[in-house]
Every structure is written in structure tokens, then in C-alpha cells.
Design a protein around this ligand. Structure first.
Ligand code: CMC
Length: 391
């Protein structure tokens, strides 16, 4: 039974050909459709990046406006979904809600989604990108017991999301441009990352021809884990637990101790054996945002000091462990006002653009077939069944 290559964790298996995202992990390079991530994060908008991932080219001014209008038109969710939300426990984790609700969207758009029709695939993709902020904000509102806020079409994608999250009937939330820009940047930095675990999950689920909304729900489930998207929540919780820089050595020692399962959250990456270029952008942005908002969160000092100490430590140097995208994002999200339980939801919201781009690319690929890994069987050899009484 050994005719297959055994590659646990798929560390050296390419599962597909793709034109979307390029990573050189040794050099710390990340390109979307050829454009460096730092240029996109510093100069473009999330809507431009979403269009780029999905269509392969940056949009011109008219095309971008048309794309924004299309997305805006799809931001509402069917009113019946509110009933679906109400079935969850009040204290349900927003990722549990997101996973369930996005899966439920497949019930609304099943018959109208012929995945072999490129136009219908594009509509499903637009719906997902557009409805994700609405659902994410509803998940938050539900968890804090506040009424849902409906989308407003005159606002940008990101401003609309912030308003749906933070407005209450008694007080309209004024979107601070500094906060909007920071949020948009975080969305850009999380938009795609080639064949990571959740994207591979979306592709594998989609390879059977399944409904795209259900496939994205599968991606959300995978993203939730602390080794993947759940690391942003875990990283900020860790930084808060460390509390003050003087306690850092204790945590570094734990991370190095092989008898202790503890890992430095927000550190290390399967592909990057150098600085995660997204972490570089976020480290800079964290300082700027806190300063502009006039916040002085000691957690940023703890993060910077932890990074400094870890990067001088032979353990982290030898294993090439550097801060990843999740290390600094939480500092910004927390300053904006999100509870840690929402962090992975924001990641999912942004990554939806990458997921739908990758799903479209896969379905359109003439080489595409159902994903079906093989195994190396290590169980019992053939034996005869014995009745219960004689066991
Ligand atoms: N702290 C301490 N030791 C670590 C860490 C860490 N954060 N990450 C890896 N190591 C050690 C690990 O113990 C192993 O040591 P040894 O070779 O002695 O057994 C070695 O480094 C290689 O680690 P690995 O687990 O074999 O590597 P991997 O490629 O399977 O895992 C990872 C990558 C991201 C899951 C891992 O680095 C990790 O658990 N990091 C913390 C969680 C985290 O921040 N995840 C977010 C990843 S980036 C965004 C995303 O994907 O969502």
C-alpha cells in the first residue's frame, strides 16, 4: 500500500496551479497578482484588492465604481436570517455564529447558483463579499444584545461595516477616517494567502461541486483554529496575560520548553522563514493608529519588547520564527474597540475575497477534479468477524 508520497501537513505538495498569490517565504515576499503586499496595503483600498484578486487586474476608475456599486447592492441579507441568529445562545462565539449563518446562506441561494456558469459564480462571489460584513456585524450585535444595524449604501465597504458594528439606536457611530483606514489596511493584509489551510479547505469542499456558500462555511470552520486564524485572538490574549515587559522571559522560557505545549502566539509560520511582510506593515500601523487615536495601550510595548527579545534568542533564530500577521493586528483591533472574540471573524471577512477568488479559479480550471488524497494504511490486516457473545 505504499505507492503514494507520504506528506503529512502537505509541506511539499502543490495541490493546484494558481495565478492569484505568490509567496517567497525565505525572502519574506508576498504578491497578489504580482503586486507587493506592502504597496497594496499602503496605497490601495480593500475594494480594489478584492477586485484584483477576483479578476486578475487592478480596476480603472469606472470599473472600480461599478464594482463598489455591485457589492453595495448585495449587502442586505434576507430578513429571515435574523430568526436564524436568534436560535444561537446569547454567549455563542461569533465564529460559531458566522460559520452557521454563512452555511445557511446556501439555503437561500442554492437553486440560483449554477457553478458551471461563470456569471453565476461571479454573483455568488459578490454576494459573499458583500454580505460578510453584514453577517459579521450581526454576529457582534447579537453577542452584546444590541439590535441589528442595517447596511447604509452611501458609506464605503469598511465604513459601513464599522457603523453596523458600533452604532446603537441611541447614538449614531461616526466613522473616524483614521479607524476606517486602519480597518481597511487590516482587511487588505488578510485578503489572501495562497493555499493555506482554510483556502485549501474551500477548494477541497468546492472540488466536489458543492454550493459555494457551504464551501465558504467550511473555510470559516478551518480558519477558526488557533494554529490558523484563531491566532490573532490568542496572540492578544497572550499579550494581555503577559501584561508587563518584565514577565516576558517567563513566557519565552515556556515557549522553548518542549514539555510545555505553550507557543508564542503570532510567531512562526509554515511558509515564512523570515519576517512576515504583513507583520512589518502592521507593526508600523499599530504605532501610528494608537498615536492618532491618542491611545496608550501598554500591550504595544509588551509586543515590541517580546519581538525584540525573541528575535535575539537562539531558539527563535535557529527555527526561523518571526512575528506573523496575527502578532500586531490585535493591538489595532483592540484600539478600534473590537473584543478579542471578533478578531477571527474580521480575518474571515477579509479572507472571503481570497476564498472566492481561489474557488472561481479552481472551478474554471479545465484540469480540475475532485480533491481526493490517498493514505498510508497502518491499521489491522484482514480478519474475520466474531459475534459479540464470543469476544
Ligand atoms: N512558539 C514556540 N515554538 C514554535 C512556535 C511558536 N510560536 N512555532 C513553531 N515553533 C517550533 C515548534 O515547536 C517546532 O519545534 P521542533 O522542530 O523542535 O519540534 C518548530 O518550531 C517548527 O514548528 P512546526 O509546528 O513544525 O511548524 P509548522 O509549519 O507546522 O507550524 C505554525 C506553523 C504557524 C502552526 C506554528 O508556527 C505555530 O503554531 N505558531 C503559533 C500560532 C500562530 O501564530 N499561527 C498563525 C499563523 S499565521 C496566520 C494564519 O495562518 O492564520
Amino acid at each position: 500500500t505504499g505507492a503514494f508520497t507520504y506528506d503529512p501537513g502537505f509541506t511539499s505538495t502543490a495541490s493546484c496551479e494558481s495565478k492569484i498569490t505568490y509567496i517567497d517565504g525565505d525572502a519574506g515576499i508576498l504578491l497578489h497578482r504580482g503586486y507587493p503586499i506592502d504597496q497594496l496595503a499602503e496605497q490601495s483600498t480593500f475594494m480594489e484588492v478584492a477586485y484584483l484578486l477576483l479578476n486578475g487586474e487592478l480596476p480603472d476608475g469606472t470599473t472600480l465604481e461599478e464594482f463598489k456599486t455591485t457589492i453595495t447592492r448585495h449587502t442586505m441579507v434576507n430578513e429571515q436570517l435574523a430568526t436564524f441568529f436568534r436560535g444561537f445562545r446569547r454567549d455563542a462565539h461569533p465564529m460559531a455564529i458566522l460559520c452557521g449563518v454563512v452555511g445557511a446562506l446556501s439555503a437561500f441561494y442554492h437553486d440560483s447558483t449554477d457553478i458551471m456558469d461563470p456569471q453565476q459564480r461571479m454573483i455568488a462571489s459578490h454576494r459573499l463579499i458583500a454580505k460578510m460584513p453584514t453577517i459579521a456585524a450581526m454576529a457582534y450585535k447579537y453577542s452584546v444584545g444590541q439590535p441589528f444595524v442595517y447596511p447604509r449604501n452611501d458609506l464605503s465597504y469598511t465604513a459601513n461595516f464599522l457603523r453596523m458594528t458600533f452604532s446603537v439606536p441611541a447614538e449614531e457611530y461616526e466613522v473616524d477616517p483614521v479607524v476606517e483606514a486602519a480597518m481597511d489596511k487590516i482587511f487588505i493584509l488578510h485578503a489572501d494567502h495562497e493555499q493555506n489551510a482554510s483556502t485549501s479547505t474551500v477548494r477541497l469542499a468546492g472540488s466536489s461541486g458543492a454550493n459555494p456558500f457551504a464551501c465558504i462555511a467550511a473555510g470559516i470552520a478551518c480558519l477558526w483554529g488557533p494554529a490558523h486564524g484563531g491566532a490573532n485572538e490568542a496572540a492578544l490574549n497572550m499579550l494581555r496575560e503577559i501584561g508587563t515587559p518584565d514577565r516576558i522571559p517567563e513566557y519565552i522560557a515556556r515557549a522553548k520548553n518542549k514539555d510545555d505545549p505553550f507557543r508564542l502566539m503570532g510567531f512562526g509560520h509554515r511558509v515564512y522563514k523570515n519576517f512576515d511582510p504583513r507583520a512589518k506593515v502592521l507593526s508600523k500601523a499599530a504605532g501610528e493608529v494608537l498615536e492618532k487615536l491618542g491611545r496608550n495601550d501598554p500591550v504595544l510595548d509588551t509586543a515590541r519588547e517580546l519581538e525584540r527579545i525573541a528575535l535575539e534568542d537562539p531558539y527563535f533564530i535557529d527555527k526561523k520564527l518571526y512575528p506573523n500577521v496575527d502578532f500586531y493586528s490585535g493591538v489595532i483591533l483592540s484600539a478600534i474597540g473590537f473584543p478579542t472574540t471578533m478578531f477571527t471573524v474580521l480575518f474571515a471577512l477579509a479572507r472571503t475575497t481570497g476564498w472566492v477568488a481561489q474557488w472561481n479559479e479552481m472551478i474554471a480550471d479545465p484540469e480540475q477534479k475532485i480533491g481526493r488524497p490517498r493514505q498510508l494504511y497502518t491499521g489491522a490486516t484482514q480478519r474475520d468477524y466474531t459475534p459479540v457473545a464470543s469476544r
